[in-house]
Each structure stands twice: as structure tokens, then as C-alpha cells.
Design a protein around this ligand. Structure first.
Ligand SMILES: *Cc1c(COP(=O)(O)O)cnc(C)c1O
Length: 238
């Protein structure tokens, strides 16, 4: 994978040698991957994962036309995004991290899409929060695709029951989401998620990050979640 941000430059002005911005470079790579798979690039949403990065690092992307952003903490998003949204009202905010049930109402109020719905208690909390107000963010069910104990996501065997419960609770289910195991070829995991989505009658596939988004796009990703390739490395693990 060729693209690297030169971290010696200020993030906002990080450029590749030919003066394309990181965002332009990622867009081009997504378009090439879509083309290889005979897919329309308009069917792939690039989510710029801005977790841990301050508003000053986000504004240059907004100025370049990027509108979908991902955060993994409700609290951090609540602090950063109201002001940015006031300036760019058409921003689309995605919650990509684990969500505690007691923050469901706040998440429903703040986000347009919730990617890590992975257990019945959270489905119930989101259903209640949506019923109580007028906001119904799209939801992705997260699958623990590599069956890893430390990762979120429902077990593959539990997916049909979770989907049924989510539909009964009135959640708008857009598709499935996964984080494949690290340090191993991700394609088989992406393909498995795509198969599970097909079997469930779902079209959305939230998969692919900085190191593997092109592979994900060729296998059918509709949402890629890209952080470090756009913003540079994060200071703290998040
Ligand atoms: C941080 C994060 C990403 C982005 O990761 P990068 O490797 O920086 O692109 C994507 N998805 C989730 C769930 C994340 O927490």
C-alpha cells in the first residue's frame, strides 16, 4: 500500500510529493478499487475517522468537501461536532466504536449512523431512544467475524436472532460491520461478512480501514472507515 503521510509536516498541510492531499489520494485509490471490481464509486462512502483529532485537523477535510466523519466516543463527538456542524450543516456523523446502552439516547441524538450494534441490550436501548424522539439513525450490526474474545460484535451464530430483534425494535438496519483480525490477510473475513449480509437480505457493508480498504472495496464494502491514512498516526491508542 503506497500512500504514507509525512508526519514531519503539520497534519493539515500534509501533502504527498506531487501535492495531492491525503484525501484526494484516498479518493483515487477507492475509485481504482471500485473500478477493478466493476462497482460504482458512488456506492462507496468514505468515512473520515477523526477520533482523537481536533477541529483544526478536521476543518481542512471539510473545506475539501468531505462530509462523512467517524468518531468512536460519544463524549468526544459531543464536544467536537456541534460547532463544526453549525458551520457545515450537511455533515454526516458516524459512531464507529462500542456503545454503552446508557449512552444510547445521546448517540441517537448526535449521530446519523451507528456502526457497532452488537447485543440485545443495546438494541433495546436504541429502540427506546428512537421511539422517544424523532431521530432514527441507520444502524449496522457488528459481527465478531474472527471470533476473537477481545473484540466487540455478535457471534456469527447469534446474528439471525439479533437481526430479528433489531427489526422488531424498529431500528433501521443498513447492513453489517466488522473489524477483521489484525496481522492476517483480511479478504476471507470481508468475503464472509459479505456472504452473511447477502443471506440476511442486507446491502450495507461497513468494512475496510487504512491498511485494507482497497481489498474491502473490491469485495463489496459500501462504507470504508479511514483514520490514519487521512489524518496521520493517532497520538494515543483509540
Ligand atoms: C479507529 C478505527 C478505524 C480507523 O482506523 P485506521 O486504521 O486509522 O484507518 C476504523 N474503524 C474503527 C472501528 C476504528 O475504531
Amino acid at each position: 500500500m503506497g500512500f504514507r503521510t509525512d508526519t514531519s509536516l503539520p497534519i493539515a498541510r500534509a501533502m504527498t510529493s506531487d501535492d495531492t492531499t491525503p484525501l484526494e489520494s484516498i479518493r483515487t485509490r477507492i475509485a481504482k478499487a471500485a473500478d477493478i471490481a466493476d462497482r460504482r464509486v458512488s456506492d462507496v462512502t468514505l468515512i473520515a475517522v477523526s477520533k482523537t483529532h481536533p477541529a483544526e485537523a478536521i476543518t481542512p477535510l471539510l473545506e475539501q468537501g468531505q462530509r462523512a466523519f467517524g468518531e468512536n466516543r460519544v463524549q468526544e463527538a459531543a464536544e467536537k461536532w456541534p460547532a463544526l456542524r453549525a458551520a457545515y450543516p450537511d455533515v454526516e456523523l458516524h459512531l464507529i466504536g462500542q456503545l454503552q446502552s446508557n449512552k444510547a439516547a445521546e448517540a441517537v441524538a448526535l449521530f446519523d449512523c451507528i456502526h457497532a450494534v452488537d447485543r440485545p441490550s443495546l438494541v433495546e436501548a436504541l429502540g427506546k431512544a428512537m421511539a422517544a424522539g424523532d431521530r432514527r439513525p441507520d444502524c449496522f450490526l457488528q459481527v465478531n467475524i474472527g471470533d476473537e474474545p477481545q473484540k466487540g460484535g455478535c457471534a456469527i451464530a447469534d446474528l439471525p436472532a439479533l437481526l430479528e430483534k433489531a427489526r422488531a425494535a424498529g431500528l433501521p438496519i443498513a447492513g453489517l460491520m466488522c473489524l477483521p483480525p489484525a496481522d492476517i490477510e483480511p479478504a476471507p473475513y470481508f468475503a464472509l461478512l459479505a456472504k452473511l449480509a447477502r443471506e440476511s437480505g442486507l446491502t450495507g457493508l461497513s468494512m475496510g480501514m487504512s491498511d485494507d480498504f482497497e481489498t474491502a472495496v473490491t469485495i463489496g464494502a459500501t462504507h470504508v472507515r479511514i483514520g490514519s491514512a487521512l489524518f496521520g498516526a493517532r497520538g494515543v491508542a483509540a
